[in-house]
Design a protein around this ligand. Structure first.
Ligand code: MCN
Ligand code: FES
Ligand code: FES
Length: 921
């Protein structure tokens, strides 16, 4: 320990600290300057960036002892306050740049250092600066961040005013379709938005800190758990094992289909007899500090008998593979698709047919904020769990029987959340927190480090799809056959649905009336499969959007026009036999066609001038449904108070902007009574409030948006005076009129899909997008980058323009990662953000163009569909198609790593790789 003098935000202070501790830890834990966020603790993400003597420094890798005497430290708290914001903070809000907001303080500090040097940077200089300073963002695709810096610089130069930059309501007061800022924006850009790790620091004295004892192998029998030595370690209060869990000690997967061969109780809260995957929780240590808890966790001895680990669908499907869950076959769910006529004769008589196998990877979510949460038993004896849950009511049902408490004694509330992209559709640590709080009878907190966050949360389920696609002599699609499996890891939750998604989306978008296929969900010992943005569809479109490209090639036709003539028409149905709710794909293709032609010309000119690098353009389409399968519903409440209105909604916010959307939906109705947006407060994502369903499946804008609209309409009706005008709060009270209204919206016309045929009407509304990337391939190294991305999109009426732009930019950036770099396969290598292949600023093009078509949907709130998942449905096959267009190499799996492309180039040049090597390497 040492008494160290520091100058923080202009104030000279003394702090007693361990000189080896990081500046980030001292700022956060000792000075409570929690605007300095720690996401990786490894210098990779820049979320902890502060200024030291004007330079951007990553505080997580700066030990206190490295601080020079008299060094001046500036944190986000030192550059602006909610009442007096820095231009960068204003511009960040104005461009919707703080989506989840966990990266915002770090980016703003980094940008400040740049603008302190120059007020006239170019966009490229800003991008290079962020890239060099390792500033990562997973939500925004970076473009809005660059826009923000450019605007902040303009304000600081005096070329623009704050008024110019800040979005405004429309003249009639409506904020629908504007770029109105989020209610959470000020807190996010000033660093006062408390994420779960900040909440943990601010828990009361006596809160126990938890650490997990986790499996270090992927498949094993547990012979003994010895806690004796660990119990004696300093600070330890209690070591908790399966014996301490009061209920079934399992998380129920709420399996959807009775044809599922398991019972859905396959995921233990704490492992008893068996380890199913690396990282599985075996015991929890509760101690006075996190350091003590982690040290003791290392001393728990787990004796195991290692079993063969099945790390892929290929391995788990092998005839001699043992059952991972004894009594349940590894292929535990089968899904068929049967539409139209028998496809066999159509395949035989086809003018052309493509038969390929594609493999979509175990894409990691790479949300920056590591998983975290707290729990306590409140004064009424209710176990209250705070976490990143994006399905508080869903998770309540999934964990309650495992904990063994009555449902009314369990409450889940979502903490401000630093991105999930779907991994939090599964409960992660909720049950662990719950068990610990129940056993110790004290408040507890658990904060994963980035290693745990990556290795012990769910991932996208890899899919291996064989597709055969046929057309007649006119190039019209006649039939499709598919055969697929999904590697869903060891736990069955949502495994049947993701398998069904292949039936719903493979071949979607085209007039394709004859389909036969069969798929299966396979248990493996790799990471458990969880929801991931666009859930299930990236696997499907990888297959069908490469196949159709190849079919066009076989027919000697342009891939854009070949698609165009096969798009859904007035007589078409989706692969599940549903009539599309709007016919927008031909218009989206018409809109983007001139861009396609320009791109082809641009690429040809580049290729003429370069022999070492080649450029190409690719096309694909993507579609996704809004909703959970079948008759889904959402509830909301609007309450009138003396000072305004409160929307109560379960719409969880990952970072996508649930707060602003809930406010906008209510305001668009209530503004008739002269209500201002700022008079509408929010109480969100709490199981003691209305059940709005999970924020997944891009369902919330439609379902929760409609439920809020309905509740607001009921309120407005109640406020209406017989002679015109609206009642005030006082008048409502005086007339004894209820002050609270519950709205509900049900997609009543939707039906489930059958496991045998997949036929049904699963979604009320779909989103549609066309992808047009341009890539550059280095012919020597195989390195590929996306240099420009154009997309045309129809997500119905736009509720907030900055939100929708941000969703699309961010989704495309994740699509670039999926296509080229991201993976979670190697448990030794893929253990941090960088090695999992997360795109840094310069890995995503600044040149992204979005063309909007706004076709109002009859069932959408104010005509809106959803948007979150659309941009990640099919950007990656378009990129792979563009690679082929650039250099003639077909890649059938993602990520298309340079070595795979290089192998393809060598094969083309007459060297060794075969088609099957390219499909499976
Ligand atoms: N929206 C709009 N106008 C439309 C459609 C949508 O303004 N026509 C807005 C909505 O009001 C909402 C956002 O766009 O703020 C996304 O709406 P929707 O598609 O309904 O999605 P959900 O609110 O249900 O959010 C979930 C969705 C999914 S499934 C994932 S995964 C996802 C995503 O949104 N994860 C995200 N976007 C994310 N964005 C961030 N920053 N972080 C995540 O983890
Ligand atoms: Fe410091 Fe990531 S760089 S937390
Ligand atoms: Fe950048 Fe979420 S806003 S990580």
């Amino acid at each position: 320990m040492k008494r160290i003098s520091v100058n923080v935000n202009g104030v000279e202070r003394w702090v007693v600290a361990d000189p080896k501790r990081s500046l980030a830890d001292v700022l956060r834990e000792q000075m409570m300057l929690t605007g300095c966020k720690v996401c990786c603790a490894d210098g990779q993400c820049g979320s902890c960036t502060v200024l030291i003597d004007g330079k951007p420094i990553r505080a997580c890798v700066t030990p206190m002892e490295k601080l020079a005497a008299g060094a001046k430290i500036v944190t986000i708290e030192g550059i602006g306050t909610p009442e007096n914001l820095h231009p960068l903070q204003i511009a960040w809000m104005a461009h919707g740049s703080a989506q989840c907001g966990v990266c915002s303080p770090g980016f703003i500090m980094s940008a400040k250092a740049l603008l302190d040097k120059t007020l006239t940077p170019t966009r490229e200089e800003v991008r290079a600066w962020f890239h060099r300073n390792r500033n990562l963002c997973r939500c925004t695709g970076y473009k809005p961040l660059i826009d923000s810096v450019m605007d902040a610089a303009a304000i600081m130069r005096g070329d623009k005013t704050i008024y110019d930059v800040m979005p405004k309501a429309k003249e009639d007061g409506s904020i629908l379709g504007t770029e109105y800022i989020r209610p959470s924006a000020v807190a996010k850009v000033t660093g006062t938005w408390d994420f779960g790790a900040d909440v943990a620091l601010k828990m009361p004295a006596g809160t126990l800190r938890l650490a997990l004892v986790q499996a270090e192998v992927s498949h094993a029998l547990i012979k003994n758990i010895d806690t004796a030595e660990a119990e004696k370690m300093v600070g330890v209060e209690r070591i908790i094992t399966w014996k301490d869990v009061g209920g079934k000690n399992a998380i129920t997967g709420l399996i959807t289909f009775p044809t599922n061969k398991g019972d859905g109780w396959d995921r233990p809260i704490l492992c008893k007899e068996k380890i199913f995957q690396f990282g599985d929780a075996i015991a929890i240590v509760a101690a006075d500090t996190e350091e003590h808890a982690r040290a003791a966790a290392k001393k728990v001895k787990v004796e195991v008998e290692v079993l063969p680990a099945y790390m892929s669908g290929f391995a788990a499907l092998a005839p001699d593979a043992m059952e991972i869950h004894p009594g349940v076959p590894n292929a535990y769910y089968e899904q068929g698709v049967v539409k139209g006529a028998d496809t066999k004769p159509l395949m035989t008589s086809a003018a052309a047919m493509v038969d390929i196998t594609t493999y979509c990877s175990r894409q990691p979510h790479l949300h920056l904020e590591p998983d975290c949460g707290e729990a306590f038993v409140d004064d009424d004896g209710v176990l209250t769990i705070l976490s990143k849950s994006i399905g508080v009511h869903l998770h309540h049902a999934m964990i309650c029987p495992g904990l063994g408490i009555p449902p009314e004694k369990l409450r889940l509330i979502q903490n401000p959340t630093g991105g999930t992209f779907g991994y939090k559709f599964s409960p992660t640590m909720e049950a662990l927190l719950g068990v610990a709080a129940l056993v110790t009878k004290k408040p507890v907190s658990l904060v994963y480090d980035q290693y745990q966050n990556i290795t012990y949360t769910g991932k996208r389920s890899p899919a291996n799809i064989n597709i055969r696609l046929a057309c007649d002599k006119n190039g019209k699609l006649t039939a499709m056959e598919t055969d697929w499996w999904l590697d869903h890891g060891p736990y069955s939750e949502f495994g049947d649905l993701v398998t069904l998604r292949q039936a719903q989306f493979t071949g979607a978008g085209y007039h394709l009336e004859n389909i036969r296929g069969k798929g299966r969900t396979v248990a493996t010992n790799h990471a458990w499969g969880s929801a991931f943005r666009a859930y299930g569809s990236p696997q499907s479109f990888l297959a069908s959007e490469i196949a159709i490209d190849m079919l066009a090639e076989k027919m000697g036709e342009d891939p854009f026009e070949f698609r165009y003539k096969n798009l859904y028409n007035e007589t078409s149905t989706t692969p599940t036999g549903q009539k599309p709710e709007v016919l927008v794909l031909p218009k989206l293709f018409d809109m983007i066609r001139p861009k396609y032609q320009e791109a082809k010309k641009r690429c040809a000119e580049f290729n003429k001038a370069h022999s070492d690098k080649k450029r190409g353009v690719g096309v694909s389409l993507g579609i996704y449904g809004c909703g959970l399968d079948g008759p889904d519903s959402s509830e909301a409440r609007v309450e009138m108070t003396p000072s305004g209105f409160i929307v109560h909604s379960g719409w969880e916010d990952h970072g996508q902007g649930a707060d602003l959307s809930a406010q906008t939906m209510a305001h668009e109705v209530l503004r008739a009574a002269g209500v201002k947006p700022e008079e509408i407060g929010l109480v969100m994502a709490d199981t003691f409030g209305p059940n709005s369903g999970p924020a997944g499946g891009s369902r919330s804008n439609v379902f929760s948006g409609n439920a809020i609209r309905v509740a607001a309409e009921m309120m407005l009706n109640a406020m209406k005076k017989p002679g015109g005008g609206y009642r005030t709060y006082k008048e409502m009270v005086a007339e004894n009129i209820p002050l609270s209204y519950d709205g509900k919206w049900v997609a009543a016309a939707c039906t489930d899909c059958s496991p045998e045929t997949a036929q049904g009407n699963p979604f009320p509304i779909y989103m549609y997008e066309v992808f047009l990337p341009e890539v550059e391939v280095d012919l020597e190294t195989g390195e590929t980058k996306v240099v420009k991305f154009t997309t045309s999109v129809d997500v119905g009426t736009i509720i907030n323009k900055a939100t929708v732009d941000g969703q699309i930019y961010g989704g495309l950036a994740q699509g670039i990662g999926l296509a080229l770099t991201e993976d979670f396969e190697d448990l030794e290598l893929h253990t941090n953000l960088k090695d999992c292949g997360i795109p840094y600023p310069k890995d995503v093009p600044d040149d992204i163009e979005i063309l909007y078509l706004e076709t109002p949907r009859d069932l959408g709130p104010f005509g809106a569909a959803g948007v979150g998942e659309a941009p990640l449905t099919a950007p990656h096959p378009a990129i792979l198609n563009a690679i082929n267009n650039a250099c003639g190499v077909r890649v059938f799996r993602v990520p298309a790593l340079p070595e795979v492309i290089r192998m393809g180039l060598e094969a083309k040049a007459g060297k060794s790789a075969t088609k099957s090597e390219l499909q499976h390497n």
